[in-house]
Design a protein around this ligand. Structure first.
Ligand SMILES: *[C@@H]1O[C@H](CO)[C@@H](O)[C@H](O)[C@H]1NC(C)=O
Ligand SMILES: *[C@@H]1O[C@H](CO)[C@@H](O)[C@H](O)[C@H]1NC(C)=O
Ligand SMILES: *[C@@H]1O[C@H](CO)[C@@H](O)[C@H](O)[C@H]1NC(C)=O
Ligand SMILES: *[C@@H]1O[C@H](CO)[C@@H](O)[C@H](O)[C@H]1NC(C)=O
Ligand SMILES: *[C@@H]1O[C@H](CO)[C@@H](O)[C@H](O)[C@H]1NC(C)=O
Ligand SMILES: *[C@@H]1O[C@H](CO)[C@@H](O)[C@H](O)[C@H]1NC(C)=O
Ligand SMILES: *[C@@H]1O[C@H](CO)[C@@H](O)[C@H](O)[C@H]1NC(C)=O
Ligand SMILES: *[C@@H]1O[C@H](CO)[C@@H](O)[C@H](O)[C@H]1NC(C)=O
Ligand SMILES: *[C@@H]1O[C@H](CO)[C@@H](O)[C@H](O)[C@H]1NC(C)=O
Ligand SMILES: *[C@@H]1O[C@H](CO)[C@@H](O)[C@H](O)[C@H]1NC(C)=O
Ligand SMILES: *[C@@H]1O[C@H](CO)[C@@H](O)[C@H](O)[C@H]1NC(C)=O
Ligand SMILES: *[C@@H]1O[C@H](CO)[C@@H](O)[C@H](O)[C@H]1NC(C)=O
Length: 685
């Protein structure tokens, strides 16, 4: 806007001299503190202790974060009647005088986060009473107790968004937010809340509630039907229970209960729209098998006693799977790091729209990859770090899982997989079989054999992880017809890769992991698309020559036996590589030209540079970054050894010469004796 452009120039000229005086008086950098962009003044981090009073009259937004203000004084905003937004986060405000906002009738958004408003909260509350249009208020990080908060927001009935994270609230009840009927979003994360009683009942418009990082022990009798997002992660919640007698559809779409102490799958509303259900890092298991067990005295009902004075019983039948509520809209279920050892019959099929099923680190012993047991919509299945010994699948029907793209089976105990189980998944793109004792093989069509998996002719497969599988042999053609871009074979120490093992991958492979594979001779030059190569832990004495033909961006050379890098190799690598790891080799301190080449080239990043050591001629380790060039300058080099001997001789001769001259000059009396001694023997003449 031209008007503002001209205005800001005028303003700059008018304000600069004055501010210069101010700033030089306080010894601060002499720059014009505020930048003006249209109706916004940006005065963050300017060491200001008051609100600048020379901003344009029409200003609508002022940012004053990270300054040194202690107080907002009456009248400091009176020049700016059009103010809609004021941000004074990260100052040292202890209070705000009572009439500060009385001339800011349009103020909608006020950010006072990270100040010390607990000191003068009563006065601050009074100043808020004129903010009849305030919609968004941030009071995070002000050391506020629940009582202070209830005074502060007492009359802010227009408020729609309220941030109160990082305060000291312990308990919320009906009185805390009494007048906030319009509230849509409330964030009280990182307080010390251990109890909530009726605090939200009147907030009929509340859609987003963040209770994360508090101390809540349970969430029972959940009835907030209008809520879209509930985040109660990082508490101590053992139970999540909805009032299941409510007949309404809950609007809830996202429920985050991760990092709690849940013992049972949460009891969700009977009717709901939950799409994202996050339950990772709890203690969830299923116990239905106890339900019919009449021999033991297992209780089948649990009673919860309200923590308030009025005790009311909430009774749940914990073994009854129907009481888990409606799961039919769930798209993402994250149950990572729980205690799931099986799923009740029909449990997963209740989720016909499930795309992401994350079950990492549970106790599953078997899983069934069949359209009868998994929804055909499934896109990602992560069952890594379980106790799987068995993968059930029927060759014929597995192809119906045609959306399955990511399958992570790493770190299990899988051994005898049906050999063609993966070739039948039509859209599989990433397969992680690491840390299982699986073997790979190439079988002619229509033969099947268990004991090895077939990975050829999988046109969709791009990324394959086979590290730590104790693979010894990769026969030729194993990857034929499978356009892998990413192949991880590391930690198969007996592999000893042969040239023909990677047949068919020359035109696609971009990442190859061969760390700790006993790698010796391998010609990398056919793999012209390789961008990233890991050959760490292979006892290599030098960098394979064939790498020089490649356009690598990342190279991992750690823990080999390299003593140096030839200078022409070093300059080639330095030109192409962006990232390199080289720690754990036996570099010679006197052959560090490669290091200087790498240092000169700014594009190459030696990630572990500070840890790289070299050995000097006495087999002492030096960090190469600390190595003083003078210390070494050619030690160990044969040519220079000759020079050293020469130098030594010269010095010795000089010293001898000097001694002789010294003796001759200063100790003349010694001479005759020496001569006498030498002449002691009677001369023959
Ligand atoms: C809120 O409004 C009531 C009634 O108008 C008044 O008595 C009270 O003092 C106000 N509270 C604050 C903190 O201004
Ligand atoms: C819940 O809150 C935590 C802490 O702020 C955050 O890390 C997490 O992403 C939130 N969850 C969702 C689903 O937004
Ligand atoms: C659950 O909701 C029903 C229906 O609104 C109500 O009658 C009942 O009291 C609620 N249960 C509890 C424990 O509040
Ligand atoms: C739920 O409400 C619908 C209509 O509002 C009604 O038809 C149905 O009978 C109710 N169900 C229960 C269990 O109250
Ligand atoms: C428990 O018993 C019921 C009826 O007797 C039966 O339908 C159900 O399959 C049994 N559940 C288990 C886990 O054995
Ligand atoms: C079950 O409880 C009853 C009474 O409390 C007791 O007599 C019985 O021994 C218990 N049975 C088992 C199997 O623990
Ligand atoms: C407890 O219940 C009584 C009546 O049943 C009610 O008057 C009282 O307000 C309740 N107390 C609390 C803290 O809810
Ligand atoms: C809770 O339920 C138990 C068993 O059903 C009953 O004995 C007890 O009186 C109930 N307590 C209250 C406060 O309703
Ligand atoms: C496959 O999964 C994706 C989620 O990644 C989803 O958007 C898509 O609708 C699914 N396709 C089918 C056919 O289910
Ligand atoms: C297979 O995956 C591709 C993308 O990876 C996607 O476009 C396609 O829709 C998927 N096929 C099916 C049947 O879901
Ligand atoms: C598979 O899971 C493991 C362990 O949970 C994880 O480290 C790995 O990155 C995952 N693989 C892929 C391809 O995401
Ligand atoms: C094996 O099957 C693949 C595709 O499934 C086909 O391209 C190939 O020609 C077949 N090979 C033989 C020997 O039949």
């Amino acid at each position: 806007m031209p008007v503002f452009d001209r205005l800001s120039i005028v303003v700059c000229h008018a304000v600069v001299p004055l501010l210069l005086v101010l700033l030089s008086a306080s010894g601060h950098p002499q720059t014009f503190p505020c930048r003006l962009i249209q109706g916004t003044a940006l005065c963050n981090s300017c060491q200001l202790s008051t609100i600048p009073d020379h901003l344009p009259h029409q200003i609508e937004e002022i940012f004053l974060d990270k300054n040194l203000m202690l107080n907002l004084q009456d009248g400091c905003l009176s020049r700016y009647p059009f103010l809609r937004m004021l941000s004074c986060a990260n100052n040292r405000l202890m209070t705000v005088e009572e009439s500060v906002f009385s001339e800011s009738p349009l103020l909608e958004n006020l950010n006072l986060a990270d100040n010390e408003l607990h000191y003068g909260h009563k006065q601050v509350a009074k100043s808020f009473s004129s903010l009849s249009k305030l919609k968004t208020l941030d009071l995070s990080g002000n050391g506020l107790s629940a009582d202070m908060v209830s005074v502060l927001v007492q009359n802010l009935s227009s408020l729609e968004t309220l941030y109160l994270s990082r305060n000291s609230m312990l308990r919320l009840d009906e009185s805390t937010f009494r007048s906030l009927h319009q509230l849509k979003e409330l964030n009280v994360e990182r307080n010390l809340l251990f109890e909530i009683s009726g605090a939200f009942d009147h907030m009929k418009k509340l859609q987003r509630l963040n209770l994360a990082f508090n101390c809540l022990p349970c969430l029972v009798n959940f009835e907030m039907t209008q809520l879209l997002v509930l985040n109660a992660s990082h508490n101590s919640v053992e139970w999540f229970i909805t009032n299941q007698s409510l007949n309404e559809t809950f609007q809830l779409e996202t429920l985050d209960l991760s990092d709690n102490h849940l013992l049972f799958f949460p009891f969700l509303p009977t009717y709901n729209r939950i799409r994202t259900l996050l339950l990772s890092n709890n203690r969830v298991g299923f116990y239905q098998h106890f339900a019919n067990d009449t021999s033991s005295n297992w209780t089948t009902r649990v009673e919860y006693y309200n923590l308030g004075q009025n005790v009311s019983n909430i009774t749940m039948e914990i073994w009854n799977e129907n009481l888990h509520g409606d799961l039919s809209s769930v798209e993402l279920l994250d149950l990572s790091e729980n205690k799931v050892n099986y799923f009740p019959h029909g449990f997963i099929q209740q989720m016909p729209h499930l795309y992401w099923l994350r079950l990492r680190s549970n106790c599953l012993q078997s899983i069934s990859l069949t359209p009868e047991d998994l929804p055909v919509t499934l896109y990602e299945l992560d069952v890594s770090r379980n106790r799987l010994t068995e993968l059930k699948a029927s060759q014929r029907s597995i192809s119906e899982l045609n959306n399955l793209t990511h399958l992570n089976l790493s770190t299990n105990d899988l051994q005898n997989l049906p050999s063609r189980i993966f070739t039948s998944l039509p859209n599989l793109s990433t397969l992680d079989l690491s840390d299982n004792a699986v073997d790979v093989c190439y079988l002619p069509n229509y033969t099947s054999f268990s004991g090895c998996v077939v990975l050829s002719n999988m046109v969709s497969l791009k990324q394959l992880y086979l590290s730590g599988c104790s693979i010894q042999n990769i026969p030729s053609s194993v990857f034929k017809g499978t356009p892998l871009t990413h192949l991880e074979l590391s930690s198969n120490p007996d592999l000893h890769l042969k040239q023909e093992s990677l047949e068919g991958l020359a035109n696609t492979l971009q990442h190859l992991g061969l760390g700790n594979t006993g790698l010796q001779e391998f010609d990398f030059s056919p793999y012209s698309h390789l961008k990233s190569l890991n050959i760490c832990r292979n006892s290599l004495l030098e960098i394979p020559e064939s790498l020089m033909a490649l356009n690598l961006k990342l190279l991992d050379l750690r823990d080999n036996m390299l003593t140096t890098i030839q200078s022409q190799h070093a300059s080639m690598l330095a030109q192409r590589l962006q990232t390199v790891y080289m720690n754990g080799n036996a570099f010679n301190c006197c052959h560090l030209d490669w290091y200087r080449t790498f240092r000169k080239n700014k594009d190459i990043n030696v990630v572990d540079l500070s840890e790289i050591t070299c050995l000097d001629t006495n087999h002492r380790h030096h960090k190469i970054v600390l190595l003083d060039v003078v210390h070494c300058g050619g030690l160990g080099n044969e040519e220079s050894a000759v020079w050293y001997i020469l130098l030594f001789l010269t010095v010795s001769i000089s010293i001898m010469g000097i001694s002789v001259i010294y003796m001759l000059t200063f100790k003349p009396r010694m001479l005759p004796r020496a001569i006498k001694k030498r002449c002691w023997r009677p001369t023959p003449y």
